[in-house]
Design a protein around this ligand. Structure first.
Ligand SMILES: NC(=O)c1ccc[n+]([C@@H]2O[C@H](COP(=O)([O-])OP(=O)(O)OC[C@H]3O[C@@H](n4cnc5c(N)ncnc54)[C@H](O)[C@@H]3O)[C@@H](O)[C@H]2O)c1
Length: 350
C-alpha cells in the first residue's frame, strides 16, 4: 500500500548523530511528523515533537523504518478529522510486554474514537490480544472501519442488539473462525430520550423495557452466548456508572438499569465462576462521549467529578482500557463479580 505521507530525509540533522541515526519528516496539515531510525533496529515516531510510537525489535534500520511508517499511516487514517484534515491528539499505545498475546475477544460498543469501548480495544490490542469488533449500522460503519483497521481486527460485523439474530450471527462467526473466546467487553447502553430525561416515577412501560433490554439484558445474553466458547475460562465485562448506587441528577432510569446490570454481574459471576469465567462491571467516572451527550447538564457532572475526586482528575478512555485489560489477564484470575470504579476515587467521598 503506498504511504499516505510524503516522507523526506531531514537534512537539518547534526552530522555526528546522522552517522548512525536517520530522520525523516512529513507534513500533514499543520502537523509535523518525524521518524527516527537507528541501524540496530530502533525506531521512533513523533508528532509535533511528542512520541507516539517506539519499536526496538526490528532487524535493521530499513525494517524499523517500514514498521514505523506503517504505524504512521494507521495513525493518520485513524486521526484525520473529516472536515479540515488536522490530526487529533495521539492515541496509539505502544506496549512491549504482550501480556494478552493469544487471547481473542469481542468488543461491542465502539461508535467512534471517544468511545469507552475504543479505549478498551486499544488496550487489549496493544497488549497483544486479538479483537473482534462490531458497529451499530451502516451509518456508524465509516467511523468504525478505520479503527478496526488500526486494530487489525479479523472480525468486524454489524450489531444492533435490537435486531433479532444479529447477536447470534456475531457469535456464530466467532465460533466458526476462532472456536473460542477469552473475553467480551459489553459497552453499550440506550434509553429513549423521553424515558432518560424524565423522572423515574413517570417512566413508561415501553421506555423502561427498552432501557433495560438494550442496557442490561443484552449483557446477560452475551454471557449466555459466550459461555460455550469459554471452555478454558474467560472474562466478561460490562460498563456501569455510579448512578446505579446513588441518585445522580439527570441519570434517572439509566441508574435503575445500571443497578440491575451490576446485580446481573454478581449472579453470572457466581454461576459461571466454577467454569473459570469471571465477570466484572467497570464503573468509569464521567467521560464526554456520544452516549453522555444525551444526559442534560453533563458538563456540570464533569466539573463536579474533577473537583470532588481525590485524584482531582477526570478519567480517560485509556485509563478505563488499561484497568479492564488488567482484569482480563490471568494474574487477575481470582478477582470476579466486582464493580470496579475507575473514577479517581470519586465514589469514596461523601
Ligand atoms: N460516558 C460516560 O460518562 C460513561 C460513564 C460510565 C459508564 N458509561 C457506559 O459506558 C458504555 C459505553 O458508552 P460510551 O460513553 O462509550 O458512549 P458511546 O456512545 O461511545 O458508546 C455507546 C455505544 O452503545 C451502542 N449502542 C446503543 N444502542 C445499541 C444497540 N441497539 N445495539 C448495539 N449497540 C448499541 C452505540 O452504537 C455506541 O457504540 C455505556 O454502557 C455507558 O452507559 C459511560
Amino acid at each position: 500500500m503506498p504511504s499516505l505521507l510524503d516522507w523526506k530525509t531531514d537534512t537539518t540533522l547534526s552530522v555526528g548523530k546522522g552517522a548512525t541515526v536517520q530522520q525523516f519528516v512529513a507534513k500533514l496539515g499543520d502537523d509535523q511528523l518525524q521518524i527516527e531510525v537507528a541501524p540496530w533496529g530502533e525506531g521512533h515516531l513523533r508528532i509535533n515533537g511528542r512520541e507516539i510510537a517506539h519499536i526496538d525489535d526490528a532487524k535493521d534500520r530499513r525494517q524499523a523504518f517500514r514498521a514505523i511508517k506503517l504505524i504512521a499511516d494507521r495513525y493518520v487514517e485513524t486521526h484525520m478529522t473529516k472536515s479540515n484534515g488536522k490530526t487529533s491528539p495521539p492515541s496509539l499505545p505502544t506496549v512491549k510486554a504482550k501480556l494478552l498475546e493469544g487471547k481473542k475477544g469481542l468488543i461491542v460498543g465502539v461508535a467512534n474514537e471517544n468511545s469507552i469501548a475504543w479505549g478498551c480495544a486499544k488496550a487489549f490490542r496493544a497488549l497483544g490480544a486479538e479483537v473482534a469488533i462490531t458497529y451499530l449500522n451502516d451509518k456508524a460503519k465509516k467511523y468504525v472501519d478505520p479503527l478496526a483497521r488500526a486494530l487489525e481486527s479479523p472480525i468486524v460485523m454489524p450489531l444492533d442488539v435490537s435486531k433479532p439474530g444479529q447477536m447470534e450471527a456475531v457469535f456464530e462467526r466467532i465460533t466458526k473462525e476462532w472456536g473460542k473466546l477469552d473475553y467480551v467487553v459489553h459497552s453499550i447502553a440506550f434509553s429513549p430520550k423521553e424515558a432518560l430525561q424524565g423522572r423515574v416515577v413517570d417512566v413508561s412501560r415501553e421506555g423502561f423495557a427498552t432501557t433495560m433490554d438494550v442496557s442490561c439484558w443484552t449483557f446477560i445474553r452475551m454471557a449466555h452466548l459466550a459461555e460455550p466458547l469459554m471452555r478454558k475460562g474467560g472474562t466478561l465485562f460490562t460498563m456501569s456508572y455510579y448512578g446505579s448506587q446513588m441518585v445522580v441528577k439527570n441519570y434517572n432510569i439509566m441508574g435503575v438499569a445500571k443497578a440491575a446490570l451490576e446485580c446481573a454481574v454478581r449472579y453470572i459471576a457466581a454461576e459461571l465462576g466454577p467454569k473459570g469465567i469471571r465477570v466484572h462491571a467497570i464503573s468509569p467516572g464521567p467521560l464526554a462521549t456520544r452516549a453522555a451527550s444525551g444526559i442534560p447538564e453533563f458538563d456540570a457532572l464533569l466539573d463536579k467529578a474533577k473537583a470532588k475526586a481525590p485524584a482531582r482528575s477526570l478519567v480517560s478512555i485509556d485509563d478505563v482500557g488499561a484497568a479492564t485489560a488488567f482484569l482480563a489477564h490471568d494474574a487477575a484470575r481470582l478477582i470476579t463479580g466486582e464493580t470496579l470504579y475507575i473514577d479517581g476515587g470519586y465514589h469514596i467521598i461523601d
